[in-house]
Every structure is written in structure tokens, then in C-alpha cells.
Design a protein around this ligand. Sequence first.
Ligand SMILES: [Mn+2]
Length: 257
Amino acid sequence: MRILVVGDVHGMRHDWKRVNREAVKLEADVIFCAGDVGFGWGTEGFETFPRPKDVWFIDGNHENFDELERQAGSLTGSTPVKLAENLTYVPRGAIWEWDDLRFMGFGGASSIDKESRLIHEKMFGTKVWWEQELILKEQVDRLSHNQDVDVLITHDVPEKLFLEWRKSPEWVIHDVSYKQDPISRNQRVLLDRVLERAVDPPIHLHGHWHLPHQTQTSYTLSIGLADCSGPGCGWVLDTGEVHKQFVAEADEWGRTT
Ligand SMILES: [Mn+2]
């Protein structure tokens, strides 16, 4: 089974069309968006976009969370929720299997443009920021320990993986203060706990930063995806190959015979 994992769509219909064209070219069975799809954004929300392939997504920070909660029932849950034909939402902490591989999704992040969004709300009277974007401690605490996940998909990056990424040559950011505010850092620290419960998965994918990178740590290959307006927005995940890689690494850890 082949999954095309993509970064932030931000409700951009033309970017989404390109993602679909790529998915056909790459013969992907599923498109998985790692958050910031632009769900429930006016009448042109992500949920109205064409879906020639099966589409799965986690939430990011730029979604209409009232609408998402109304349609999905909750932002947390242990299993994915089918919202419509070819459209599945993965609540924070949900687990599923594709070809014997265990996947976990965990959305949510802080909007660093919150202040300008609140000003917009005051000026135009339309809601463009939702407090549900933030990952809450209790949403993490409800996860059971030792989930032993093969592939973890989050919107933001766990702090532990971020610190490794920052040390690597792939760290090309020029504004060192970018997403270094205490709220953003706290969100990433909460994701560290998710990473722990998932028992250091061999593969981790995330969006939110719009910066493509591949950072190998002792246990996890962390892959950052650009947003869907440019290159580096997609990662093809072939369950057969991931499984091979996982087994090879497991051998090195001495976990399998
Ligand atoms: Mn984001």
C-alpha cells in the first residue's frame, strides 16, 4: 500500500489539485495530509475539494474547529472517523493499521499569527482563530503507554526531534526566534510525551513549519514537509518498504530474531 503524505494545504484549491495529480502519477492509494487542511473555511473548505483518491487528515492549527468538532464528534479518539466518501479524519491519539503497520495521528499546534487573526475578527466580525487548536495536557494523558507505533504523524514536531533537526545541516531557518515563543515550545513538549507513548516510532512525519527536512535520530527518522504551494510537500510512504526498514532496525536493536 502506498500513501502520499503531504504538508499544509491551507484551503488552497489549486495546490490541492496538484497534490491529486501527483498522487495519480505516484500511484498512491491514499493521500494523507499532516494538518492545516483548511477544514470548514467558508463555503470553499477542504471538505468540498475534489477527492479522486481516499483522503485522510489530522488537524493542524488552521481549521474551523467548531465545524470539525461538529462533524467528527470530538478532536480526540482512539480510532479514525469517516466524515464523507473518501474523507477520513484522524482525531488526536487515534491508532489504525495499514498492512500490519501501526499508525498514530496527533494534530494540533499554536498559531503564531493569533494576534493578527484576533484583530481580523474584530474588524470583519468573522471567526478566524479557534482555541481548540492547542494540544491540551489531558489529550496527551489519555493515551495509554507502550503503544509501539511504526509511523507517527503530527502537525507540529516534538521538541526532542526539533532539537535534533536544529543541529543538522538541514536546519536552514534564518529567523532563530521563529516558533520559539513559550506557547509553541510547550506544544512541542507535549508532543514529546506522545512520542514516548508511541515508543519512539521508526518513522515520524510532520507539517506546520513549511520546511522540508529529514532528520535521523537514534530511533526515529523525522520527516518535515513543506506546505503544498511548493516543492518538498510530499513523502511517499510504501508500507512494504517501511516494514522492511523497520524490521532491519529492529534487528539492530535486538528486538527480533
Ligand atoms: Mn500549522
